[in-house]
Design a protein around this ligand. Structure first.
Ligand SMILES: Nc1ncnc2c1ncn2[C@@H]1O[C@H](COP(=O)(O)OP(=O)(O)O)[C@@H](O)[C@H]1O
Ligand SMILES: O=P(O)(O)O[C@H]1O[C@H](CO)[C@@H](O[C@H]2O[C@H](CO)[C@@H](O)[C@H](O)[C@H]2O)[C@H](O)[C@H]1O
Length: 442
């Protein structure tokens, strides 16, 4: 039976969020035939009293499964159709046509032309979503785990595209349906940035070059990245200004600031309970949080990226482009859409420079010797990014330094939990944020 096949299959998928916990049951909430041999399913997965919804594209073949699709088998004659380029073209075509198929609505932005002749491949780095790359023209991100509501990435990128903003990947179309009475985004298609590299890969190349040339300083070594950091800072400030123009803005009053700090204190307590190594750093973090209450009186807030780091920015041949305006994964939608200080993104990127500088130290035989160079690289790029941010019109003055420091530490607390859960060997990186001079391998 289909539900049994899917129950056995779903727990092994890269994007399945409930790994490690037994699946108690799976029900099919919606089953729509998109075309002969292609069905779109929404399923509910029940685990220890929780229910999560996922979407599946189900391919059905009457005859033997072609060899090229065997790796995507779900059961006899059934497979994950995201891997079948003969079928995925239907999604692009339906978006271009603006069709409704049963409860699914396929839409495109006004004034765009979609070339429907492109064939797709599943992007290798499949994580919480499945991305289909069509030719080298489009990337269609299928949101696997469904949260009722419009996806913030679609909301933001469409609003910025309407303003003809720079530094974003042009959106083309999306798929939506109604879940719990709310319009819910199922997928989004954007310009695919070919000939581009993500900021994390570029930053690591620079750090590797620096480590390889032991005598040179961070600014003299072959891999100097600071001009890129400056440009990225400017691009970030420009996108923040576009976001402030496209969406409502506000000012956080002292009472709300205190409330926010309380929330961060709660997160810290939870993080310490989960990662006891954090406990010895708690006083430093508490002090930085208290300083915000003492010093910050009015904090401008607006829509922000929310999970900003070097892996979310792409360097095209001409520009920095910012991706994935989805906020912190795992947070409720309302929180991901809430107004916040743009310094939250600045803090995220500053942390990311620290990550890039230190991540190659982990098992490095010369870690102790290289640590001062890592610190120097991070400092140079952090200050270039901030200089670029100011040059691009980003606000960085007076009490902002106090807020920025607290936001950086709050992000590092989030990272400590993230690494403990996902990549325990990386845990020393965010832990070093509280004690920058400590030995590299902590
Ligand atoms: N528009 C795009 N053009 C080119 N590559 C992209 C694009 N969007 C995403 N990618 C690639 O896919 C990777 C993961 O994308 P992302 O949106 O961050 O997915 P996730 O939310 O699963 O982390 C990025 O690091 C980048 O390499
Ligand atoms: O990109 P995602 O939305 O999935 O963000 C999550 O995963 C990120 C890891 O890929 C994580 O970022 C952390 O690691 C990065 C290096 O891999 C580093 O550049 C970031 O500074 C660091 O925060 C992110 O926090 C998490 O939300």
């Amino acid at each position: 039976m289909l539900t049994e096949l899917l129950t056995g299959w779903i727990g092994h998928q890269r994007w399945f969020a409930g790994k490690g916990r037994p699946v108690d049951g799976l029900t099919i909430d919606s089953d729509v035939e998109l075309a002969p041999g292609l069905r779109h399913l929404i399923v509910s997965v029940h685990q220890a009293g929780t229910r999560d919804r996922y979407q599946i594209l189900l391919g059905c073949c009457e005859y033997d499964m072609p060899d090229k699709l065997r790796h995507a088998t779900i059961g006899e004659g059934l497979y994950d159709a995201t891997h079948d380029a003969d079928l995925t073209g239907i999604l692009l075509q339906a978006m271009a046509d603006g069709r409704d198929i049963g409860p699914l609505r396929f839409r495109h932005l006004e004034d765009v032309h979609i070339d429907t002749g492109q064939r797709s491949l599943v992007l290798g780095a499949e994580q919480s979503n499945t991305s289909l790359v069509y030719g080298d023209a489009y990337i269609c991100k299928l949101f696997r785990r469904l949260i009722p509501g419009v996806n913030p990435e679609l909301e933001i990128v469409s609003a910025l595209a309407r303003r003809k903003a720079a530094h974003i990947a042009q959106p083309y179309g999306w798929i939506e349906t109604d879940l719990d009475g709310e319009t819910t985004t199922l997928a989004m298609t954007q310009e695919f940035l070919s000939n581009s590299n993500d900021g994390w890969a570029l930053a690591l190349a620079s750090v590797r070059d620096l480590y390889a040339s032991l005598d040179a300083s961070a600014s003299d070594a072959g891999g100097d990245f600071s001009a890129e950091s400056f440009r990225l800072g400017t691009a970030t400030a420009e996108v923040h200004q576009e976001l402030a123009s496209a969406f409502p803005t506000g000012v956080m009053e002292p009472q709300e600031i205190t409330h926010l700090v309380e929330d961060q204190r709660r997160r810290l307590t939870q993080a310490v309970a989960e990662v006891p190594e954090l406990a010895r750093h708690a006083p430093v973090i508490e002090e930085a949080y208290q300083r915000v209450c003492d010093v910050a009186h009015k904090v401008p807030v607006q829509r922000v990226h929310g999970d900003y780091h070097l892996g979310q920015v792409m360097r095209t041949p001409t520009d920095w482009v910012i991706l994935d305006f989805e906020g912190e994964p795992g947070q409720p939608l309302a929180e991901r859409r809430a107004l916040a200080s743009p310094l939250r993104d600045v803090a995220g990127m500053l942390r990311s420079f620290d990550y890039a500088a230190r991540h190659l130290l982990a098992d490095h035989p010369d870690a102790e010797q290289l640590l001062p160079r890592a610190v120097e690289w991070a400092e140079l790029n952090r200050s270039s990014f901030l200089a670029g941010y100011s040059a691009g019109g980003g606000r960085l003055h007076g009490e902002d330094a106090v807020l920025l420091r607290a936001l950086e530490l709050a992000k590092a607390v989030y990272e400590v939990v993230y690494e403990a859960r996902n990549r325990p060997s990386w845990l020393p990186i965010p832990l070093s944020a509280f004690d920058p001079g400590a030995p590299a391998n902590l």
